[in-house]
Design a protein around this ligand. Structure first.
Ligand code: UFG
Length: 345
């Protein structure tokens, strides 16, 4: 029996594939490579020293997806695939609603058709919008404030309806906080296309000299140093959370929601300092205007995942920055700068 991983070539997907393979699980990846590189999958196979089937196709291609389910005995699906840029979602909302919702409904319909009822869904702390409590517990009110976040929220609601409609479904919704870092090998990591939107990849590109300085979006928040505080979590810890969740679904019926975060927040200035230490470089920065839609602080209460999954994040901020830096230095142009692993040199 195998685990189907959608979006397995992406940042979190590729790290989760490595952990699944290391645990001896069989995997099958479906990815349309719209925002990722096939090279990432070659490197996953290289790290794990194991090959696995890869299908380069869109989840909305129902016939092609049926073929995957026909060709393999699938026990569960981890669904990472989706568009994820907040700013782009504001400019192109229909693209986000169409792609994220249609691909997930097609996936769930196909699962039902083939009698596969276990699903892990990549959600995000973004569904909490402007949280009314801190740290944030899973019971907090949800209310995403941008189209990207609303697609995550709508899919969550759809999955809740699905789980209520048929007790055969076992579904986990995983709300990620801020994934950072890279695999310790430096072979896979985050490879944003174009200008990075997120803080850590931006800092890394400043450190390597690709970008001039970090714009710190606001220093007048109600936080210790005035800059935004987030719950950064090492992507390998996050990936391991998926394995624990698969184990949980072996025992638990119904739908379960978990925050995957560390429970500890760091400010923008603390992250810059930690990255300076990890890289040995000075990171120039300037204080800029607040970014519209940002909140001052956002961090998880991960107690439910700790207790029910037996999982907690163990990698600290030094390791997050050191691993991100190793990846950045070894791959200054991301995957695009590499020669395909499988190609003869
Ligand atoms: N920041 C800067 N300068 C930058 C980029 C970010 O100061 O160049 C600050 C932000 O203002 C914020 C912090 O760094 O205080 C983190 O910003 P990110 O963009 O890295 O992360 P966000 O918390 O804003 O958003 C992330 C993901 C979303 C996801 C959300 C979940 O990008 O997709 O976490 O809470 F939905």
């Amino acid at each position: 029996m195998a685990i189907l991983v959608t979006g397995g070539a992406g940042y979190i997907g590729s790290h989760t594939c490595v952990e699944l393979l290391r645990e001896g699980r069989d995997i099958i990846v479906v990815d349309n490579l719209s925002n990722s590189h096939g090279e990432a999958l070659d490197r996953v196979a290289e790290i794990a020293n194991r090959a696995f089937p890869v299908y380069i196709q869109d989840l909305m291609d129902r016939e092609a997806l049926r073929k995957v389910f026909r060709e393999h005995r699938i026990e569960a699906v981890i669904h990472f695939a989706g568009l994820k840029a907040v700013g782009e979602s504001v400019q192109l909302p229909l693209k986000y609603y169409h792609q994220n919702l249609m691909s997930t409904t097609t996936l769930c319909e196909t699962m039902e058709e083939f009698g596969v009822y276990r699903l892990l869904f990549s959600s995000s702390a973004t569904v909490y919008g402007m949280p009314d409590q801190m740290p944030i517990r899973e019971e907090a009110a949800i209310g995403a404030i941008n189209p990207y976040g609303r697609t995550k929220q709508m899919i969550e609601q759809m999955l809740q309806d699905l789980a209520s409609s048929d007790p055969k479904w076992r579904i986990a919704i995983l709300r990620y906080f801020n994934p950072v870092g890279a695999h310790e090998s430096g072979r896979i990591g985050e490879d944003p296309s174009g200008m990075p939107n997120n803080l850590l990849p931006y800092i890394a590109q400043v450190a390597v000299g690709k970008l001039k300085e970090v714009a710190v979006y606001g220093n007048d928040y109600d936080t210790a140093d005035g800059t935004g505080v987030r719950d950064y979590i090492h992507v390998v810890d996050l990936a391991q959370g998926h394995l624990k969740t698969l184990d949980k679904l072996d025992q638990a019926d119904g739908l379960h929601i978990y925050n995957l975060g560390t429970g500890r927040g760091y400010s923008v200035l603390e992250m810059i300092k930690a990255f300076e230490q990890a890289s040995g470089r000075t990171i120039p920065y300037r204080i800029a205007e607040r970014r519209p839609g940002d909140i001052g602080a956002c961090f998880a209460d991960p107690a439910k995942a700790n207790l029910e999954l037996g999982w907690s994040a163990v990698r600290g901020i030094e390791e997050m920055c050191a691993d991100a830096w190793r990846w950045q230095v070894a791959n200054p142009r991301g995957y695009a700068g590499s020669v395909a692993y499988a190609e003869p040199i």
